[in-house]
Design a protein. Structure first.
Length: 227
């Protein structure tokens, strides 16, 4: 692990400009629009004028199944939008990552959208690590670091991440919970004081693959999108 990640994480401030974040947000909105336009449910039901933090929550309060369908397709497909795909070649992000990880050199990337919508996640997500099975040496097991990019300001009450700082060199045991989510059972968590990481839109959170982390819940109508 590089010296910059001795605590398992670091925040890269103001990597993206306000205009770049606005473009990423619009990519999410456009992705929801594309999905909504091909479904039999009237497009207006998708509330296209609502901000992305509120849109699917408000839809879910009227039609939970429809909101869930919109969310799942967008989460699976939005990364194909050129505005989101361009994150992989973003100059400031690439330079910062290369500097922090030197002498190691990044060799690939995966881009995915993530959302915390109160209707579907009103609770704190389980503690987990990004690479719980490194021995497979394929797919997600090859990931060394993650870059978490919130598309709005986040804090303890608006979907920030919570981490257990430390230089972890192996995964903890994970198990499926009764609700179907995969996480580290309480008795297997490493000792340490959890820390919420508040961020501004434009910041990037760099996470070592073994740092335990979880998403904080959001409140009211307010959801949170990230990349």
């Amino acid at each position: 692990m590089s010296a910059a990640l001795q605590d398992g994480f670091t925040v890269l401030p103001a990597i993206f400009t306000r205009e770049e974040i606005a473009s990423l947000r619009q990519a999410i909105a456009d992705s929801i629009d594309r999905v909504a336009r091909v479904m039999l449910t009237p497009f207006a039901t998708s509330l296209p004028s609502a901000p992305i933090e509120e849109r699917l929550e408000r839809v879910a309060r009227e039609d939970r199944a429809y909101a869930s369908a919109l969310l799942q397709v967008v989460m699976a497909d939005a990364q194909r939008d050129p505005r989101l795909a361009a994150i992989a070649t973003h100059p400031s992000l690439g330079e910062s990552i290369a500097t922090l990880l030197a002498p190691e050199v990044p060799t690939g990337h995966v881009i995915r959208t993530r959302a915390a919508i109160p209707a579907f996640r009103s609770w704190i997500s389980p503690w987990h690590q990004d690479v719980p099975r490194p021995q497979s040496a394929t797919g997600c097991a090859t990931v060394k670091v993650a870059c978490w990019i919130p598309l709005s300001d986040v804090d303890e009450d608006s979907g920030a991440l919570e981490v257990l700082p430390g230089a972890w060199d192996a995964p903890c045991p994970h198990e499926a919970r009764d609700d179907g989510h995969f996480g580290i059972p309480e008795e297997a968590l490493p000792a340490g004081e959890a820390r919420v990481v508040p961020m501004r839109a434009g910041d990037v959170l760099l996470l070592d693959r073994f740092i335990p982390h979880r998403a904080r819940p959001t409140r009211g109508l307010h959801g949170r999108w990230s990349v």
